[in-house]
Design a protein. Structure first.
Length: 188
């Protein structure tokens, strides 16, 4: 009888031990879906502001959208959702966009995936790291990005970039390249 009880308890322990892993899988899928929605909200809010600024004052004027409105959008999304969100790059425009070690690893992985033919528009990666769900979505260079991120830009854009971002490294891109990523994190 004792053997049967011990076997039953052992079986129950094995079943219970497997449940959290299954639950984490389900949660990761839900968290990834939520993160993708937040990235869409970020881009869906930023892009119209950027286009409006380009139309009203040109590329030099639009720099203020990326430098001032993008962080405000990120902060508002953080307040609304509880997710930490920022944009990062291997060639950051400002020190706040410098990736941490995990983000750098993912950005390099994105570059490798693109070199193998994968479309940056479809690139994302998620992982649980140190008790946080981390998610990154590649940000490809679109035509509008080249106003400020190409190797050569208009003189007034050059002057505005030097004034706003004296340590700018976010130049030399071409259409379709990965220039960075949206990086999100949520405490589990």
């Amino acid at each position: 009888m004792k053997t049967i009880r011990l076997a039953s308890v052992a079986a129950l322990v094995v079943v219970l031990a497997s449940l959290p892993a299954q639950a984490v899988e389900v949660d990761q899928k839900a968290l990834k879906k939520e993160a993708i929605g937040i990235v869409k909200r970020f881009g869906g809010t930023l892009k119209p502001e950027l286009k409006k600024a380009l139309k009203s004052g040109g590329p030099a004027h639009a720099i203020s959208v990326c430098s001032e409105k993008a962080p405000a959008i990120a902060q508002q999304l953080r307040s609304d959702t509880g997710w930490y969100i920022k944009r990062v790059s291997l060639k950051p425009r400002n020190p706040g966009a410098k990736p941490d070690a995990w983000e750098e690893k993912v950005l390099k992985m994105f570059d490798q995936r693109q070199a193998q033919g994968e479309d940056p528009k479809k690139m994302a990666y998620a992982e649980v790291v140190d008790g946080k769900f981390r998610f990154m979505k590649a940000q490809g260079v679109e035509k509008v990005c080249l106003n400020c991120h190409a190797a050569k830009v208009k003189p007034e854009v050059e002057a505005a970039l030097k004034a706003k971002y004296p340590m700018d490294k976010a130049r030399g891109y071409s259409l379709g390249q990965i220039r960075g990523a949206f990086s999100l994190a949520k405490d589990l």
